[in-house]
Write a protein that binds this ligand. Structure first.
Ligand code: NAD
Ligand code: TYD
Length: 341
């Protein structure tokens, strides 16, 4: 099989490329990424040079480029991770989120239709369901929960999901959609909560906690997300949505305190800052469908996964320090500069 992975220089896409290149040497993985601020080819160093892996730089919303690429490569499967993914940035610049997340998805759908892709998989998020109240721990998002978004980020992801499902209903495009809870693990860009707090705590810098730190997220180790997507593209039913989550709810304050404890740093580093506008209170996934229909189950609890992740950040300081210093953005030029025409 020839599989197009978009956004494979980002956090989850990068982990997925590693997972697929190593697990399926007989498949060919083509990684298409625009290398925005969030794309980092240093993440792909372990797979560069493998015969079943190739990198292509480009924009999922660039229609002529995408049509040419699909015509040339004749992909069997498309897995779309490429997106603007940070809620705080979507509050500053909503238009970019519509452009990449909605227009980019539509472009990929058109190309998938035109060139007979056998499966288009959309990597979505539980944020399309909006949020749950803090005082109702009995409530969870199911695949039937209405879409009810809060941020320009989640609204753009919901728009993309609706397009994907419309292409199935209207044109019979063979699609699947997954909606996962918050991920953590290796190669996570240090603007998101967990890697930000680890890198700042290691530098003895203050840790900015929004509001009172009582918002709840449902954390899943990225490798469990990758395994779930692999299962869905092979065994999932066309036209279906699958929620992915492992019942690992924590308040933000609990997460930050866990990190401080593991690094032996004082809680006095915590600094409460003004809350995010429209801040979603609680996310919590009901994963019954993917567990019962596809037999997926997570390998890691939050306690085991966060310990591994903190260790990874300690062992790979060069990776995130290059990001903080801006050096990672020179990697493409250094690596590919003289190979570009
Ligand atoms: P990320 O920001 O780390 O990576 C996004 C990647 O997409 C980057 O490499 C970037 O260069 C690339 N990209 C951006 N615009 C592009 C464009 N126009 N064309 C080609 N490439 C482009 O994001 P992530 O956290 O790895 O998230 C990946 C996907 O998973 C997103 O679709 C996101 O909505 C979804 N998701 C994320 C989480 C999470 O906790 N991070 C949870 C559920 C779902
Ligand atoms: P984030 O990693 O941005 O993911 P999302 O908003 O998509 O869930 O944030 C996770 C939670 O942590 C969210 O409730 C906002 C909060 N947060 C902070 O308190 N401080 C921070 O500096 C950041 C980046 C996030």
């Amino acid at each position: 099989m020839k599989i197009l992975v978009t956004g494979g220089a980002g956090f989850i896409g990068g982990n997925f490329v590693h997972y697929m290149v190593n697990k399926y040497p007989e498949d060919v993985i083509v990684n298409l990424d625009l290398l925005t601020y969030a794309g980092n080819l240093e993440t792909l160093k372990p797979v560069e040079g493998k015969p079943n892996y190739k990198f292509v730089k480009g924009d999922i919303a660039d229609r002529p480029f995408i049509m040419d690429l699909f015509e040339k490569e004749q992909f069997d499967v498309v897995v779309n991770f490429a997106a603007e993914s940070h809620v705080d940035r979507s509050i500053t610049d909503p238009g970019l989120f519509v452009q990449t997340n909605v227009m980019g998805t539509q472009t990929l759908l058109d190309a998938s239709r035109q060139f007979g892709v056998k499966r288009y998989h959309q990597v979505s998020t539980d944020e399309v369901y909006g949020d749950l109240p803090l005082d109702r721990p009995d409530l969870f998002f199911t695949e039937e929960t209405p879409l009810h978004t809060s941020s320009p980020y989640s609204a753009s992801k919901a728009g993309a999901d609706l397009l994907v499902l419309a292409y199935y209903r209207t044109f019979g495009t063979p699609v699947t959609v997954s909606r996962c809870s918050n991920n953590y693990g290796p190669y996570h860009f240090p603007e998101k909560l967990i890697p930000l707090m680890i890198s700042r705590a290691l530098a003895d810098e203050s840790l900015p906690v929004y509001g009172k730190g009582e918002n709840v997220r449902d954390w899943l180790h990225v490798s469990d997300h990758c395994a779930a997507i692999d299962l869905i593209i092979r065994k999932g039913k066309v036209g279906e949505v699958y929620n992915i989550g492992g019942h690992n709810e924590r308040t933000n304050l609990e997460v930050v305190k866990t990190i401080l404890k593991a690094l032996d740093k004082p809680e006095s580093l915590i600094q409460y800052v003004t809350d995010r506008p429209g801040h979603d209170r609680r996310y919590a996934i009901d994963p019954t469908k993917i567990e019962t229909e596809l037999g997926w189950e997570p390998k890691y609890t939050f306690d085991t996964g966060i310990a591994m992740t903190i260790q990874w950040y300690l062992d790979n300081q060069e990776w995130w320090k290059h990001i903080l210093s801006g050096e990672y953005s020179n990697y493409f030029e250094n690596m590919y500069g003289d190979r570009l025409h």
